[in-house]
Design a protein around this ligand. Structure first.
Ligand SMILES: *[C@@H]1O[C@H](CO)[C@@H](O)[C@H](O)[C@H]1NC(C)=O
Ligand SMILES: *[C@@H]1O[C@H](CO)[C@@H](O)[C@H](O)[C@H]1NC(C)=O
Ligand SMILES: *[C@@H]1O[C@H](CO)[C@@H](O)[C@H](O)[C@H]1NC(C)=O
Length: 398
């Protein structure tokens, strides 16, 4: 077992390591938090709906808990101007234009995100940026853009490394810090090349409009093994949150939020944020889990124990990861359909955790209560639900 001092030293080394590899645009020191239009509005977006979403964003207190990005996905743009070569916004839908929209978003203390594609066209067949990266990056910067999601349609299977690096360099040349979100769908192992290219990279295909629990688990299983490539400046992205969309149970929504938070995934809401119930707000405004997602150490939690039958009704897992200052996050996940399943976490299963004889305080991240335990801890978890804890020692080992 490691002493807390050695663990601290390793944590500092991990920070230096990811710093050396990460894209150097000063952004994404913690995962981005905000809202994206796609999974609720698809192409049916306009100025009015963005204004309403911004008002709701503020009224529901999302900025107060750390959400900040208002990201327009595909269909804000219409065509390319034949004379200037520049992308032109859809003025029927956005009569005041993108610069005015960016000003409005900034005036509310929020950040403004746009979307393009590393191909000839976007997925909805609007102009893509392949080959015209410099012109488009300058247009986005002139609009006041703070975040670019860069998709992968109509790319003729050209190597993604070059296509995505070209936009990285074009964004850099504008001099405006723009969070660069790679949406390459995890096709060519982006975790192996994306850290110096973008601030986040999709590790999965699209999560879809109405994913089932088994699709959520599939996304989770694709993203989890890549945990060591995430860190301050660059994050694994298993696609957006589905909380508040209405097709998942409350337990499933709570589980997605928990897993995405501890995997240090971008916390990008994909629902209609203009109308949210108290139950949904309780999930997305969970400050204790947001603090884990935004933890300064930036280490993605991963599976430390799994039942052999993880994809059956009996599937269970224990997840854990270190936090800044020596605490750990521990999550017990009931992947299966059986209720009231007993799950045990053994201190020995968690790398670099406290010694067997250390009494640990487990702060429940979904209920206001604490328990103490030594060596192991057992609890009951409902179907498709989680139990989540922040662990700290009662007394230090030294
Ligand atoms: C551009 O790249 C350089 C070198 O990596 C970096 O120091 C600078 O902060 C970047 N600028 C922007 C606006 O991203
Ligand atoms: C704007 O978009 C919303 C959501 O799709 C729609 O309900 C509304 O009718 C649209 N408004 C205009 C003026 O197009
Ligand atoms: C639980 O423990 C944490 C830290 O160990 C403390 O900050 C918090 O106030 C405690 N909560 C309760 C309900 O006792």
């Amino acid at each position: 077992m490691m002493t807390p001092n050695l663990l601290g030293a390793l944590a500092v080394l991990a920070l230096f390591d990811s710093k050396a590899r990460a894209l150097d645009n000063g952004l994404g020191k913690t995962p981005p938090m905000g809202w994206n239009t796609w999974y609720n509005f698809r192409c049916d977006l306009n100025e009015t709906v963005i204004h309403e979403a911004v008002e709701a964003f503020l009224d529901y207190g999302l900025l107060d808990v750390g959400y900040e990005y208002i990201n327009l996905d595909d269909c804000w743009q219409l065509r390319r101007d034949m004379n200037t070569g520049q992308i032109v916004e859809d003025r029927d839908k956005f009569p005041s234009g993108m610069t005015a929209l960016g000003d409005y978003i900034h005036s509310k203390g929020l950040k403004f995100g746009l979307y393009s594609d590393a191909g000839l066209m976007t997925c909805q067949q609007r102009p893509g940026s392949l080959g015209v990266e410099s012109i488009d990056a300058q247009t986005y910067a002139d609009f006041g853009c703070d975040f670019l999601k860069y998709d992968n349609c109509f790319s003729f299977h050209l190597p993604p490394q070059q296509r995505y690096q070209a936009m990285r360099d074009a964004l850099n040349a504008t001099g405006r810090p723009i969070f660069y979100s790679l949406c390459e769908w995890g096709e060519q192992d982006p975790a192996t090349w994306a850290p110096p290219v973008g601030n986040s990279w999709r590790t999965t295909p699209d999560i879809g409009q109405r994913p089932t629990w088994s699709i959520l688990m599939k996304m989770t299983d694709l993203n989890e093994p890549l945990w060591s490539t995430a860190g301050p400046g660059g994050w694994n992205d298993p696609d957006m949150l589905q909380v508040g969309k209405g097709h998942l149970t409350l337990a499933e929504q709570k589980s997605q939020f928990t897993l995405w938070a501890i995997m240090k995934a971008p916390l990008l809401l994909g629902n209609d944020i203009r109308h949210m119930s108290g139950e949904i707000l309780e999930i997305i405004r969970n400050k204790k889990l947001i603090a884990i997602n935004q933890d300064a150490l930036g280490i993605q939690a991963h599976v430390v124990w799994s039942s052999e039958d993880k994809d059956t009704v009996k599937g269970q897992q224990v997840w854990a990861g270190p936090l800044h200052g020596g605490d750990f996050v521990i999550v017990m996940l009931n992947r299966g359909a059986l209720n009231n399943v007993e799950i045990t976490v053994n201190w020995n299963d968690i790398p670099d955790f406290y010694t067997e004889t250390t009494t640990v305080v487990l702060e429940d991240l979904w209920n206001s209560k604490n328990v103490t335990a030594k060596g192991s801890f057992t609890t009951h978890v409902q179907a498709h639900d989680v139990a989540a804890f922040r662990a700290s020692p009662v007394t230090t080992a030294s």
